[in-house]
Write a protein that binds this ligand. Structure first.
Ligand code: ADP
Ligand code: MG
Length: 374
């Protein structure tokens, strides 16, 4: 079926169930795609210009596609321009395009609005240029890889590949068990509601200074620890070696990564048995490791986790990079109201701004918005 000259594509935000700060260590992750999505209305043009606007940002950004690079256009439009740049770099001729963005993914909340933005545009370009990359998982993985390149090189954010992978490859009712070493993935059924449970996302709306610098510092610490151990990445590190041959902060950082990779395996195994109590226990252990060994949590995230567990959640943890952003909690449906109220009350008691809380179930990855098709 031919597409309209201007049509709409969308891609989801995500939460990672477990496997935090493992993606850039060639590790394992287990994200789900959120029902919240970023929509890109896109049409091609033949004058070599990229024109971008968003309801979330003032004005219109225009840049010749041939001039896109690390310094151009800068700002939020770099996430869109980067996708054009990456596709051109991969040999696809992108003549020029007009893009308008709308989104209900919270921005900067650790729910990956950046990858949702990139992947909505990548999905549009795949269809508009007839690349056919949405047709199968291999094509989607390739688009995700190009979106990661866009974020790393043009938006200049040194993120791993998890966010783009789940935005492209997510499936409703499933978590994506992704191996970041080779990009291979398995869809794992994730349907807590069938077990009388719910998955809660709490956006703390807290933003701490130095977030970007701390993220880069953790990446560097992991690379250095791997070098000390003589392995290509911490994925290949032996846990006993981490304890015996590293000291101090290096040992803490590496210990988080190697134990977290093991927890992802344990969580997937528990899901396979429908053992959500054990799933919850892996969430709690993950949070403690991120808080104590990797030191990327913060008082607001700890408050969500403690309040949720105190009010009956089976598991809770920070999700995303940390230092603010969001936390998740797995809880019995019957405790849903109590957990939300306990979190709100704990924030109020400490004088924090009220958090935003919502329940989620895994939705699909990027694609055309069917209602928009001609
Ligand atoms: P996260 O991906 O966790 O939301 P990031 O810092 O990685 O946080 O990405 C947020 C950035 O992505 C924003 O500062 C903005 O530049 C860009 N962005 C995301 N969504 C939109 C949108 N709907 N409109 C404009 N820019 C957006
Ligand atoms: Mg992001």
């Amino acid at each position: 079926m031919p597409l309209d000259t201007a049509a709409t594509w969308s891609a989801p935000g995500r939460v990672n169930l477990i496997g935090e700060h493992t993606d850039y260590n060639d590790g394992l992750v287990l994200p789900i795609a959120l029902p919240q999505r970023t929509h890109a209305r896109v049409s091609l043009r033949d004058d070599g210009i990229l024109e971008v606007s968003s309801t979330a940002a003032p004005g219109v950004v225009r840049v010749p596609v041939a001039q896109i690079g690390p310094e151009a256009p800068g700002g939020w439009a770099s996430y869109v321009a980067g996708v054009v740049w990456a596709l051109r770099g991969a040999g696809h001729d992108v003549p020029g395009l007009t893009v308008h963005i709308t989104s209900d993914v919270p921005v900067g909340a650790g729910l990956s609005s950046s990858a949702a933005l990139e992947c909505s545009v990548a999905a549009a370009l795949s269809d508009l240029l007839g690349l056919g990359l949405l047709a199968d998982d291999a094509g989607r993985a390739e688009l995700g890889r190009l979106c990661q390149l866009a974020e790393n090189e043009v938006a200049q954010a040194p993120t791993g590949g998890m966010d783009q992978a789940i935005a492209m490859r997510g499936r409703a009712g499933h978590a994506l068990f992704l191996d970041c070493r080779d990009g291979s993935a398995r869809q794992v059924p994730f349907d807590p509601e069938a077990h009388g449970l719910r998955l809660l996302v709490v956006d703390t709306r807290a933003k701490h200074a130095l977030v970007d610098g701390q993220y880069a510092a953790r990446r560097t610490a992991c690379i250095e620890a791997a070098q000390t151990l003589g392995v290509p990445s911490l994925r290949s590190a032996d846990p006993a070696d981490v304890e015996a041959r590293l000291t101090g902060t290096a040992r803490q950082r590496a210990r988080h990564v190697v134990t977290e990779i093991q927890r992802v395996r344990e969580c997937v195994e528990a899901l396979g048995h429908g053992d959500f109590a054990r799933v919850g226990a892996t969430f709690v252990a993950s949070h403690e490791s991120l808080r104590d060994d990797f030191e990327v949590s913060c008082i607001e995230l700890d408050t969500v986790v403690d309040a949720a567990l105190g009010a009956g959640a089976w598991g809770a943890r920070m999700t995303g990079g940390g230092f603010g952003g969001s936390a998740i909690a797995l809880l019995p449906a019957a405790s849903a109201d109590a957990v939300v109220a306990a979190v709100a009350e704990a924030f109020d008691l400490r004088g924090f701004d009220p958090p935003t809380a919502f329940f989620v179930a895994p939705g699909p990855g990027a694609g055309a918005d069917l209602a928009e098709r001609g």
